[in-house]
Ligand binder design. Structure first.
Ligand code: ADP
Ligand code: MG
Length: 276
C-alpha cells in the first residue's frame, strides 16, 4: 500500500480561515512546547460508584511529540479508554490540564477549560477519532462516510472530492469507495474510519483498540497504514492490549490502575513482532 500522501496544505503559512478559527481558543490559552502536539499535566479522572471511587486516571503526565506514533498498552480496566476519551474531548478530567498545540507553532489551548463550542471545533477539525467497532453510518457509502466531516466543516461536495478519493485510495479502498459498510469486511470498514478520521487534517489521530476486532493480517494492514501516516508527519496515539502490536510504535506507554508505569521505545517492524 504505497502512497503519496499530502496530509497538510502545501502552504506552510496558515490559511485565513484557520487563523480565524484559532480566535475561538483565546480564552483557554496556555503555554506549550512548539515540538509537542499534546501536553497532559497531572490529569486525574475519578468515577463515583455509590460510596466507592475509582481513579480511572491517577495523576497522569504525558507529552506527545509532533509526528510521533505512540501506543498505550495495559490490562482491561487500566484507564486506556478513559485516556482516549479525555484527550478526545469526549469526557473530562476532575483535575489537571490537557493542552493542545492548536496552530502547531506553540499556541496552546487547554481542552479542560474549553466550552461546548470549542469542544465541537476540536472534535470536528483538530482530533481524528477511531474506535474498536468502526462506527460508520450504515446508510452511507464509504465515500459519503469520509465526505461527511468535510461537509460538516463547511466544504462543498466539489471541494471535498479530491481529498475523499485520495484518503480512500491511501487506505487501499479506491475500488470499493461506493460500497456501504455492510458490503465491506471488518478490516475494510476500519480502513474507512481511518480515512474518515483524517478528513479535516487533524492534529492527532486517537484510536481506541482499532485492531481489537481484527485478525493478525487485517490488524497488520491497519498498523501499516499508521506507520505510513507517521512517515508523512501525522501524530497518532493508539490503544491496544496486544503486547506485540504496540511494539511497532515509536514509543510504548504502559498504564496500570490509571497510572503510567512504563514508557519505552518500540520501533519494531511488523515482521519482527509476528515472527518470534
Ligand atoms: P480500559 O479501556 O483500559 O479497559 P477504562 O478506561 O474503560 O479501561 O476504565 C478504567 C476504570 O474506570 C475501570 O475501573 C472502569 O470500570 C472505570 N470506568 C470507566 N468508565 C466508567 C464509567 N462511565 N462509570 C464508572 N466507572 C467507569
Ligand atoms: Mg477500553
Amino acid at each position: 500500500m504505497k502512497m503519496k500522501l499530502k496530509l497538510r496544505h502545501k502552504n506552510s503559512t496558515m490559511k485565513q480561515d484557520e487563523v480565524k478559527s484559532d480566535k475561538i481558543f483565546q480564552k483557554t490559552t496556555e503555554k506549550i512546547d512548539p515540538d509537542l502536539v499534546i501536553d497532559v499535566i497531572n490529569v486525574t479522572k475519578k468515577y463515583n460508584l455509590g460510596d466507592y471511587t475509582v481513579a480511572a486516571l491517577d495523576n497522569v503526565n504525558l507529552q506527545i511529540k509532533k509526528g510521533e506514533l505512540v501506543a498505550v498498552v495495559g490490562p482491561s480496566g487500566s484507564g486506556k479508554t478513559t485516556l482516549i476519551n479525555c484527550l478526545g474531548a469526549l469526557d473530562f478530567p476532575n483535575s489537571g490540564k490537557i493542552i493542545y498545540n492548536i496552530d502547531g507553532k506553540g499556541f496552546g489551548s487547554d481542552i479542560t477549560k474549553m466550552k461546548d463550542k470549542e469542544h465541537k471545533e476540536m472534535r470536528l477539525h483538530r482530533i481524528g477519532l477511531i474506535f474498536q467497532f468502526y462506527n460508520l453510518f450504515p446508510i452511507l457509502t464509504a465515500y459519503e462516510n469520509v465526505e461527511l466531516p468535510m461537509l460538516l466543516g463547511g466544504k462543498s461536495r466539489e471541494e471535498s472530492k479530491e481529498r475523499v478519493e485520495l484518503l480512500l485510495n491511501m487506505v487501499g479502498l479506491g475500488e470499493r469507495m461506493h460500497h456501504r459498510p455492510t458490503q465491506l469486511s471488518g478490516g475494510e470498514q476500519q480502513r474507512v474510519t481511518v480515512a474518515r478520521s483524517l478528513a479535516n487534517e487533524p492534529l492527532i489521530l486517537l484510536a481506541d483498540e482499532p485492531t481489537g476486532e481484527l485478525d493478525t493480517e487485517t490488524s497488520s494492514q491497519i498498523i501499516e497504514i499508521f506507520l505510513e501516516l507517521k512517515e508523512a508527519g501525522q501524530s497518532i496515539l493508539f490503544v491496544s492490549h496486544n503486547r506485540r502490536i504496540v511494539e511497532t510504535a515509536d514509543r510504548v506507554i504502559t498504564i496500570t490502575d490509571g497510572k503510567i508505569v512504563g514508557d519505552h521505545e518500540g520501533k519494531k517492524s511488523l515482521s519482527e513482532i509476528w515472527d518470534d
